[in-house]
Every structure is written in C-alpha cells, then in structure tokens.
Design a binder for this molecule. Structure first.
Ligand code: SF4
Length: 247
C-alpha cells in the first residue's frame, strides 16, 4: 500500500507524464482491483479508448440514473458492443425506491444535490468499495472544483482516485478523438457538449463553457462524484443532511 507521502510524490511526477503512462502505472499497480467510470459522452471517449486499449476487460462503471437521454443509453450500448467493453451498470439502492417514485418528476429540480447523491454518488461508492483505485476522466479546465484536483487523490475511505487526463484541455480531447476517429455522442452535434441526465442538461452555444448546459439555474456544476460530497454516509446522515422526513 502506498503511503500518503508516496502518493503525493507520484502525483507530482505524473504532472509531466502522458495519460497513457499514468494509466499503465495504475494497471500495473492495482489490477485487478481497479475500475474506471464513464458517462459515455463525447469527452469520455478518449479515456475509454486509452484504458481499454491498455487493459482489455477493465470494468467500466456506468451510472444508470433512470434520467438519461435515450441517445445516451443507445450510444452506451453501441460502444460497449463495438469495443467489447466490460460495462457494469450501477443503480440507486432499492431502499430509496418508494421515496424516489413519489418524487420522480420533481426531485431533479427541487433537490438536485439529493437526486445526484442517491442516483450517482451512493451507487458509485457501493461499486468501488473493495477496490484499491478507480480511474476518472476529469480535467482541470472543466470546473472551478476540478482546477484544484491532483492526478492522484487519496479518498477518505482509502481508495485512490487516478485522474490521468487532469492536465488535458478541451483541444487535447478533440485532437485525440480526431486522431483515433472516435465516435461522438449523438446529441453532441445538436449542441449538447456535456451530456448528463435529461432533466438537467440543455444544448449550449459553440463558444459557451463545456459544462454551461448542466444544472442551469441551480448554482451547481458537479454531481458530487468529484467533490467532498463523495464521502460515505449512513442512511440517517443522508436524511439529516437533506432534511428528509421519510422512514
Ligand atoms: S443529474 Fe439531475 S437527474 Fe441526474 S441524478 Fe443529478 S439531479 Fe438527478
């Protein structure tokens, strides 16, 4: 197991390495206790392509919130089939079913943080428990929060998060996608440059920030997978934090 100091030093060294070199290190160090996550949007394709080229059969977690665009689900099916991916779909814990069914139409608008927590954060936490590390595709140029991320981040639960694309820009992603002729999410050409769930994503202009179409009007730019929301809570803590009056 790496010490906190070793992780800090490696993370600094990796600032000058290529994403492929960082992924190779992660594979050699942590497989088979390593997985990656993907939202199967256009910006996700380079990382997916790199990781699965380096390690075929790597677990790829896809969070199926139940609120996705039809195009996202079809694209995920197409890529999983054509690239022979080992995709594992993640769903919310069934203990929230009654609550969510009562609030299906309103939850994303009335409390998007709770909605993301139940549909994205908790399922990912459950899937990652027992692993040693996971690979994520965040970049520093995407959001204010991500601008301060490290290439290697030790989470409070002891899991190591590996961010190989952290130093890449939007232009790097585009260049790699063109060089490797990678497919684009079908909504990309319609102005959906960052595609999340349907209730929380709108099309944007060519010069807008990549994530400007996410959670518009909610003062929210992150789902919680890459923020301090990604800490383990029991059901009572969740109810208290989100002021839920449910059994
Ligand atoms: S992105 Fe919107 S619909 Fe999807 S989990 Fe978050 S709040 Fe809910």
């Amino acid at each position: 197991m790496l010490s906190v100091e070793e992780i800090r030093q490696l993370s600094e060294e990796f600032e000058t390495k290529t994403p492929q070199e960082i992924i190779q290190w992660a594979v050699e160090t942590f497989c088979p206790d390593l997985a990656m996550s993907s939202s199967f949007q256009t910006q996700s394709m380079p990382l997916l392509h790199m990781v699965t080229s380096i390690r075929r059969g790597m677990r790829v977690y896809f969070i199926d919130t139940g609120y996705h665009f039809w195009e996202t689900l079809m694209f995920r099916e197409q890529i999983a089939h054509e690239w022979e991916l080992n995709v594992v779909d993640l769903y919310r814990n069934s203990r929230w079913d009654i609550f969510v069914r009562q609030h299906t139409r309103t939850l994303p608008f009335e409390d998007p943080n709770l909605c993301c927590y139940l549909h994205k954060v908790q399922p990912m936490q459950a899937a990652l428990s027992g692993l040693k590390a996971w690979i994520s595709g965040i970049r520093r140029d995407q959001t204010f929060e991500r601008a301060h991320a490290k290439i290697l981040e030790l989470q409070s639960d002891g899991l190591l998060k590996v961010n190989p694309l952290l130093n890449w820009t939007k232009a790097d992603v585009k260049r790699y996608a063109e060089e490797h002729n990678l497919p684009a999410h079908p909504l990309y050409r319609k102005g959906y440059r960052s595609v999340g769930c349907a209730p929380c994503t709108i099309a944007i202009g060519a010069n807008d920030d990549e994530r400007a179409g996410r959670w518009v009007g909610h003062g929210k730019s992150e789902c919680g997978l890459h923020t301090t929301m990604f800490t383990h809570k029991n059901i009572d803590e969740v109810k208290k934090e989100f002021q839920l009056e449910i059994k």
